[in-house]
Design a protein around this ligand. Structure first.
Ligand SMILES: [Zn+2]
Length: 213
């Protein structure tokens, strides 16, 4: 899904692309260069442009998580809009999602990171559609907006099994990495074998040549 997530730079008022541009967040979104220039132009500024750049990089790094979360949530909501055919997602749903992330949602003991909610939702979408079809068959027709909350509740119920599955994936990925390392050792053995074979072939050739001549 390629969407340009953009915000207006609070200095130049042009768009700043959160994923592509050199963006800095410091209470608002700005182009890094606009931010540096703005600080440099301040009347009381005594720092060199290099010093300002250096300081700004630190602030940029400190607030990187904020930008990443912003990108993630925008992608998540755009995906929901498209997948459920909803033009406007109601405010109460955003509030609900934040309560899930913070762990305040009823029945939750810990918060669920937005990243996991989004990932789980994408993976389970087909299953959720089946549940919805079943509900319709039973005469229980929930509209798209209602389904957001309904599906979220279903997903929260599956969170423990999702975590188990995810940990298994991580363990499997670790094994692949380990096997890869072992294979490297094998490769060196294979290389040696090939080397020996080449020498053997050469010996054979010289044997042959001995026979011919
Ligand atoms: Zn700008």
């Amino acid at each position: 899904m390629s969407i340009n997530i953009k915000k207006k730079c609070s200095i130049c008022t042009e768009y700043v692309l959160l994923e592509k541009d050199d963006v800095i967040y410091d209470k608002s979104y700005m182009h890094f260069n606009c931010y540096v220039q703005d600080k440099f132009n301040k009347k009381r500024n005594k720092l060199s442009i290099e010093q300002i750049k250096e300081n700004s990089r630190i602030i940029q790094k400190e607030n990187e998580h904020h930008v990443q979360q912003r990108i993630l949530s925008e992608k998540f909501y755009i995906w929901l809009q498209k997948s459920y055919g909803i033009v406007v997602i109601p405010q109460y749903f955003f509030t609900k999602i934040s309560s899930v992330v913070s762990g305040e949602y009823k029945g939750l003991s810990v918060g669920i990171p937005l990243e996991n909610i989004f990932d789980m939702w994408q993976r389970k979408k087909q299953e959720l559609d089946k549940i919805a079809l079943n509900n319709i068959r039973k005469g229980n027709n929930i509209d798209s907006v209602g389904r957001l909350s309904y599906d979220l509740a279903v997903l929260i119920g599956k969170y423990d099994s999702y975590l188990k599955w995810k940990n298994q994936q991580i363990a499997m990925a670790d094994n692949v990495v380990k096997e890869g390392k072992e294979q490297k050792i094998d490769f060196s053995k294979i290389n040696k074998t090939i080397e020996l074979q080449k020498q053997a072939d050469l010996n054979n050739i010289s044997d042959l040549l001995d026979e011919v001549f």
